[in-house]
Design a binder for this molecule. Structure first.
Ligand code: NAG
Ligand code: ZN
Length: 339
């Protein structure tokens, strides 16, 4: 290392230490509130939280659409592609226009809510960290306070947001299945897709899409008091998770399917006739299904061993079911002939 670089390194590390040393000062840092700079120059964080989920929905589902059309991952496909057209009761154009309508509705609703939000401010953080330093009953490094305050709290709030979305969606979704009127009026629309595909994730009756997805996410943001930046994270992440749940593939290298046991296969079961009264939990965890005993029973043992249901076991299960069905049909034909 040359002398110059070593001096530069020392200076940088001193600056870093200095950056946290305000917490040790006997004098409280002054609070001077100024408008917070947005993540991107050309759009406020509030509008980014509305726009990015829509962009992410289409970009992410177009990746799956490409994998589908170019047949890039046939091994991991949950259902053969010919089933998409044969079993689905909604055409591609209908799905496309309904999803676009829902995106417009959710963006307009978000913009109206945003209109009443205060402008995000900054300048209070140093004071808050300084107070944390004094009120903590045990010693922790200043760095931990800094990252805990600046990022830890945000991640925690977003995680609580996940739990709120999950609870809201589980109970509403379950109600839509237990009440026949509600099912027929609203939720049956989403179930016209027996073989889900990525951009069909938000194919819903408009009222249901609004109640389940838009209100669910909005409620999570309001109850946890998310900042606009945290909303960017929560909305975009949960949108991508929903797309992933409907993607039609069980991909071994898909981070969503690794992180969450509630994956594409788990939700696919719910879209089949044999599983429609189970696996209501969505989009993140399987906790509510476990607690309420609404989890599909066929895979529990396997899931306990693997933490998730994999494509191989699921395909094995599907082909066994199909074989049994065919056997029953041909038996029915022979017994009719016998009579
Ligand atoms: C189902 O929901 C409808 C509409 O909210 C309601 O009028 C009806 O009483 C409910 N039925 C049952 C069985 O709960
Ligand atoms: Zn359903």
């Amino acid at each position: 290392m040359t002398n110059a670089t070593s001096i530069a390194t020392d200076m940088a590390s001193n600056a870093l230490k200095g950056a946290y040393s305000f917490m040790n000062s006997p004098v409280a840092p002054e609070v001077v509130l100024v408008p917070k700079k947005s993540l991107l120059d050309w759009i406020s964080d509030g509008y980014l939280a509305l726009a990015l989920p829509v962009v992410a929905y289409w970009c992410f589902s177009m990746i799956f659409h490409t994998i589908d059309t170019l047949q890039l991952a046939e091994k991991y496909r949950i259902h053969p592609s010919k089933e998409v057209a044969a079993r689905n009761k909604a055409g591609r154009m209908e799905v496309l226009s309904e999803v676009i309508f829902q995106h417009v509705l959710q963006t307009v609703t978000g913009a109206v809510v945003l209109h009443f939000d205060a402008e995000p401010m900054t300048g209070f953080e140093a004071r808050a960290m300084w107070e944390w330093r004094r009120s903590l009953p045990f010693w922790v490094p200043n760095e931990v306070i800094y990252f805990g305050y600046m990022y830890g709290i945000s991640l925690l709030r977003v995680f609580v947001g996940f739990c709120i979305i999950d609870s809201w969606q589980y109970w509403l979704h379950r109600l839509m299945h237990t009440n026949k009127t509600l099912y027929k009026m609203y939720h049956s629309r989403h179930h016209r897709l027996y073989v889900p595909y990525a951009y069909g994730a938000l194919y819903n009756a408009p009222t249901e899409g609004f109640l389940l997805d838009t209100c669910g996410a909005g409620l999570a943001a309001i109850l946890t008091g998310l900042t606009h930046r945290e909303q960017v994270l929560l909305y975009t992440f949960s949108t991508m998770k929903t797309v992933d749940d409907h993607c039609g593939y069980a991909l071994p290298w898909d981070p969503f399917q690794w992180l969450f046991p509630n994956n594409a296969v788990y939700h696919d079961i719910h879209h089949q006739q044999f599983g429609i009264k189970t696996n209501y939990a969505q989009p993140f965890f399987t906790l509510w299904d476990t607690v309420c005993g609404t989890k599909f029973h066929g895979f529990e043992e396997y899931e306990r061993a693997q933490r998730r249901i994999t494509i191989d076991k699921y395909k094995e299960f599907l082909s066994k079911r199909e074989a049994e069905k065919q056997a029953k049909i041909s038996k029915g034909i022979t017994s009719k002939k016998d009579q």
